[in-house]
Design a protein around this ligand. Structure first.
Ligand SMILES: NC(=O)c1ccc[n+]([C@@H]2O[C@H](COP(=O)([O-])OP(=O)(O)OC[C@H]3O[C@@H](n4cnc5c(N)ncnc54)[C@H](OP(=O)(O)O)[C@@H]3O)[C@@H](O)[C@H]2O)c1
Length: 322
């Protein structure tokens, strides 16, 4: 496994980050423990969760993923081995302040996350989405207090457009408070322009680490979806992204190129899709989702694959416009 600095910070993280959005619904506690064991065994020490995961599953209320990770770290006694990232913003309790990025929401939400995670610090605390009803200075000052208190070590943002990230960096600088050192955008061979249009230049210029989510397009880039079989073994069939991709002729043309390069490397297609991304200087650590240990094991070799320039060019050309 390679280890990379997160943006301009001194924090080193594995070149693949384990996403844990599956924990507490499509992966039960014992499967989640096995996935985390296998990830750490393979050198993946960077885990991403969010307080809201996985509220969407019937009977869940949010907090299930953090609770499973907390129980695992306690059982394995390995808190210091893990770079733990979580998020705040979504609705976690009833009432007008049960969601958002106000000081009051952040101060209560962080205590709940720490309790579920059974730890006294979060390595990377991220704002999940913008909150258009709270001034950025209120959010950044609240986060800075957490950094000063040692409850949070680094802060990051997710789903921020370039202009808002730049504004936040400016507010942090002007007020002398902690700044966002990472950004978590949606990014893959099949979802490029949202990141590449403006955000990519901003992060390169400002030294902000990038940890893209859904790098396998929710599983589409693993190659299990084909023109002939649009309903493989999956829990993501109802996601908007998959519904759109299975009907998109061009997406299968991207898969054809990924498949050809995968054959040349004798590697799984998922690793090629990740290797393309890892070759970009802006990218720190794609967040991979795995619902089983077998899925994880098929992906983990991605950081060892070196694509030649012609292969990177072929992948970029066929996916241009996404
Ligand atoms: N910040 C945000 O707003 C945001 C949004 C989404 C996700 N995230 C983060 O990013 C992480 C990853 O997101 P994602 O799950 O969308 O990522 P992804 O890596 O694009 O997709 C993962 C899904 O692909 C399928 N898969 C993975 N490996 C496979 C394999 N070897 N063979 C066949 N199928 C395979 C699995 O679903 P099936 O087996 O069910 O098909 C798995 O759940 C999440 O866990 C979360 O931490 C953040």
């Amino acid at each position: 496994m390679q280890y990379r600095r997160l943006g301009r910070t001194g924090l080193k993280v594995s070149a693949l980050c384990l996403g844990t959005m599956n924990f507490g619904w499509s992966a039960d506690e014992s499967t989640s423990f096995a996935i985390m064991d296998a990830a750490l065994e393979a050198g993946i020490d960077f885990f991403d969760t969010a307080d809201i995961y996985s509220y969407w599953h019937s009977g869940n209320r949010g907090g299930e993923s953090e609770t499973i990770i907390g129980a695992w770290m306690k059982a394995r006694q390995n808190r210091r081995q893990i770079v733990l990232a979580t998020k705040v913003r979504g609705r976690m309790w009833e009432g007008a302040n049960g969601q958002g990025l106000s000081r009051v929401h952040i101060m209560h939400a962080v205590e709940d996350s720490l309790r579920r995670l059974q730890t006294d610090y979060i390595d990377l605390y991220q704002v999940h989405h913008p909150d258009w009803e709270t001034p950025l200075d209120e959010t950044l000052e609240a986060l800075d207090r957490l950094v000063q208190a040692g409850k949070v070590l680094y802060i990051g943002a997710s789903n921020y457009p370039a202009w808002l990230l730049m504004k936040a960096l400016w507010v942090s600088n002007a007020r002398g408070v902690a700044r966002f050192d990472s950004i978590q955008p949606h990014y893959s061979l099949l979802h490029r322009s949202e990141f590449e249009r403006e955000l990519e230049s901003a992060v390169l210029d400002q030294g902000v680490g990038v940890i893209p989510y859904s790098p396998l397009a929710a599983g589409f880039l693993t190659g299990k979806y084909t023109r002939e079989n649009r309903t493989p073994d999956t829990t993501r069939q109802s996601s908007g992204l998959i519904k759109q991709l299975v009907e998109d002729d061009r997406a299968y043309m991207v898969l054809d190129v990924v498949r050809r390069i995968a054959e040349a490397h004798a590697a799984p297609m998922a690793q090629i899709a990740l290797a393309w991304m890892l070759a970009r200087p802006s990218i720190t650590s794609p967040i991979i989702g795995a619902r089983t240990v077998e899925q994880l094991q098929e992906i983990v070799g991605a950081a060892e694959i070196e694509l030649i320039p012609e292969q990177i060019e072929a992948l970029s050309a066929v996916s241009a416009g996404y």
